[in-house]
Ligand binder design. Structure first.
Ligand SMILES: Nc1ncnc2c1ncn2[C@@H]1O[C@H](COP(=O)(O)OP(=O)(O)OP(=O)(O)O)[C@@H](O)[C@H]1O
Length: 664
């Protein structure tokens, strides 16, 4: 397939008002004579891949913004202003432009990742092999690598890719084949030497930045996607790593994939890897066509690239708005206007339309039509049980590998148990009826201390974990219920162990009711309270955008529960209009239960000398402090709140899941 465009003697009169030099588009020779490889190579898996040609025509996209608190009439902001292009299998398209040019927005629209919040408008068409794309098919043949490489730091590269592979490839495929695919992807992305290294994070040493990005790409690559979208894959990488990543992408493209990436400011050696280039400025196309022809094009319209200059830097200089002064801004604005008009008039017609015509004529027949019948039509590739077991295995690994937080939790538990035990040493033994409220205070504190530790552990972890889960769910890896159920169940033993250590130490140091039944019930109450506090914190944290917000709002919920828990305010002291808060306070039920367990058979050493009407026996204390429900009733409601908070967390995670709109 050979295409040669010769554009001679075109004199666009597009900049009459412009102060920019009048261009003489005298001799632009756009040469697209490279054979595009449509033949998959490499692994056996590659042969099953559908070849995809992505065309987009006159794509417009904008958002509706409200102008302020008191002006509710939304204002439209157009971000993409009629973008067209075409990318074929075997090609690597780089979308370049200054910050705010609309690169990520275009990538998202092409990948169908416009948030379905409805606060936007979009028009134009995006077609796959000449046909309107079907969401379910598109999802299966494409992959999206986000700019942020959110992955679990404690997993090894091999584990991360294996999980993705096992969960995304269909259950009809033998496990052995899936494992073989893992090896292929690891090799394809040049990760063999770090396969058993922890991924790591900013605070934990792991693989290098470039390797991390390649792990992120490999995670998406397991399904052998035909179409790969990447948002700024080189951002934050040093020159060496950036080049490595781009080389990997080039290799993927040359294996017959269609690769589209946004990139900010590539070095010249990276620039030379691009097959196709799209230059965007302020939502308009400044250039689209073979990357190697861009310099000729700009020369032809009056912007010659200086010798020995990185073309990428040159293009960015030319197409960026210069905001250093008002004059400079106006000047650059006119230049952008002119470049946009030039491309509209000449480049677009000659490059985009020719390519599309050419595709209509022959290429489309070369590709298998991506239809449901070619692909596994199930929404999830594997059964619920399989997902649950794999996610539980991952949750367990993460649980035992998070050494720092585990050590911190154990240390806090031991410290508080011994510290509080020493403060209240023997306070439960031989106590006067005059001090019954001191025992009540100890019981209340017994409940809140562990609950706080647990709740705050969740608050900082869940929002970060949610971003990973969101990415995984966006790729259709698993059901959110399988994730949340496995995580919840795997975390149960940790709390059970910490609570038992805490309760044993504190219980015997303070000298609470020394029967097996009372000890066991007290332990169960503390444990259920901790799980409920954690459930409440999970619900709040899962709705917060980040750990900072979660940490700021969770105390409000926990402290309110505390206040209405029965120790600080008796029922009679709560104003009628706030009485409902008492019923929502989980401490109200756990404190009520613990009072019942401890005071039911409590004996004060001096209760024989009780004055008339005094609170001198355990049952008198219970009457005075007044848990209104039976032990069973309190425990039942505590468990109800525990289940409700967990169910609420699940509902929030589900509602706040990935939502894509692929109307184009
Ligand atoms: N939801 C939104 N609401 C308002 N403005 C938006 C929204 N999304 C994008 N924009 C604006 O649209 C423009 C293009 O954004 P986009 O993120 O696509 O740019 P970009 O070229 O990827 O920039 P960068 O290289 O800095 O990531 C920016 O001015 C941005 O502020």
């Amino acid at each position: 397939m050979t295409v040669a465009h010769n554009i001679n003697g075109i004199h666009p009169a597009v900049s009459e008002q412009s102060s920019v030099n009048e261009p003489q588009l005298s001799s632009i020779h756009i040469n697209n004579d490279e054979e595009v490889s449509c033949v998959p190579q490499a692994s056996s898996f590659d042969q099953q891949r559908i070849q995809v040609c992505l065309e987009f025509q006159d794509v417009r996209f904008g958002v509706r913004q409200s102008k302020g608190l008191f002006n509710r009439k939304p204002e439209d902001k157009e971000i993409l202003k009629g973008i067209s292009g075409i990318v074929k299998p075997g090609q690597l398209l780089a979308i370049m432009g200054a910050s705010g040019a609309g690169k990520s927005t275009l990538l998202n629209v092409l990948a169908g990742r416009m948030s379905s919040s409805g606060n936007y408008f979009a028009s134009g068409s995006v077609r796959l092999n000449g046909e309107k794309r079907e969401f379910s098919v598109f999802k299966k043949i494409s992959a999206y690598v986000m700019q942020d490489d959110n992955m679990f730091a404690e997993l090894t590269v091999h584990e991360q890719i294996t999980l993705s592979c096992l969960l995304r490839l269909p259950n009809t495929m033998a496990i052995e084949k899936k494992k073989q695919r893992v090896q292929e992807v690891i090799q394809e992305m040049g990760l063999s030497h770090v396969a058993n290294t922890m991924i790591g994070s900013e605070t934990k040493r792991g693989v290098s930045g470039g390797e991390r990005k390649r792990v992120s790409i490999a995670t998406e690559l397991v399904t052998n996607p035909s179409l790969l979208f990447l948002d700024e894959p080189t951002s934050g990488l040093d020159a060496f790593n950036a080049q490595n990543v781009m080389q990997s992408l080039l290799k993927l493209a040359k294996n017959g994939r269609t690769v589209i990436t946004t990139i900010h400011q590539p070095r010249s050696d990276i620039f030379n890897m691009f097959d196709m280039l799209m230059l965007l400025s302020e939502g308009r196309v400044m250039y689209f066509g073979p990357a190697k022809d861009a310099v000729f094009y700009f020369e032809g319209i009056g912007y010659p690239c200086p010798q020995h200059y990185n073309p990428a830097d040159f293009f960015l200089d030319v197409i960026s708005r210069d905001g250093r002064s008002k004059e400079a801004e106006q000047e650059s604005q006119k230049k952008i206007e002119y470049l946009g008009n030039c491309f509209e008039k000449y480049g677009k017609q000659l490059i985009v339309e020719n390519s599309m015509k050419e595709l209509e004529e022959d290429d489309v027949q070369m590709y298998t039509k991506p239809s449901k019948s070619n692909l596994n039509s199930e929404k999830f590739a594997n059964s619920y049980t399989f997902e649950f077991l794999l996610l539980a295995k991952r949750a367990f690994k993460l649980e035992i590998r998070e050494k720092a937080s585990n050590i911190a939790r154990v240390a806090q538990t031991l410290f508080f148990a011994v510290f509080l035990g020493l403060i209240w040493l023997n306070k439960g033994r031989n106590i006067s009826y005059r001090d019954y409220d001191a025992v009540a205070g100890i019981l209340f504190f017994l409940l809140i201390n562990q609950s706080f530790i647990s709740a705050f552990g969740t608050v900082f972890v869940l929002p970060l974990e949610r971003t990973i889960v969101l990415r995984e769910r966006a790729s259709g890896m698993y059901r959110v219920s399988a994730y949340y159920l496995s995580k919840t169940l795997i975390e149960l033993p940790r709390n059970a162990l910490l609570c038992i250590v805490y309760v044993i130490l504190l219980y015997w140091m303070v000298g609470l009711q020394a029967t097996a039944r009372d000890f066991f019930l007290s332990y169960v109450i503390v444990y259920l309270t901790v799980l409920t506090a954690e459930g409440l914190a999970s619900a709040v944290a899962s709705s917060a955008p980040n750990p900072q917000v979660a940490a700021a709002i969770t105390p409000a919920f926990i402290v309110t529960s505390l206040l209405f828990g029965g120790f600080f305010l008796s029922s009679g002291q709560i104003p009628n209009y706030f009485i409902w808060l008492k019923y929502l306070s989980f401490f109200h039920y756990s404190y009520g239960s613990l009072l019942q367990v401890q005071f039911e058979n409590w004996k004060f050493y001096d209760q024989a000398s009780c004055p008339v009407g005094g609170v001198c026996t355990g049952s008198a204390v219970l009457q005075k402090l007044g848990p209104s429900l039976s032990l069973g009733g309190n425990l039942g409601l505590l468990i109800t709140l525990l289940v409700s908070f967990r169910a609420l967390t699940y509902a929030i995670l589900r509602l706040r899941g990935p939502k894509f709109d692929q109307t184009l």
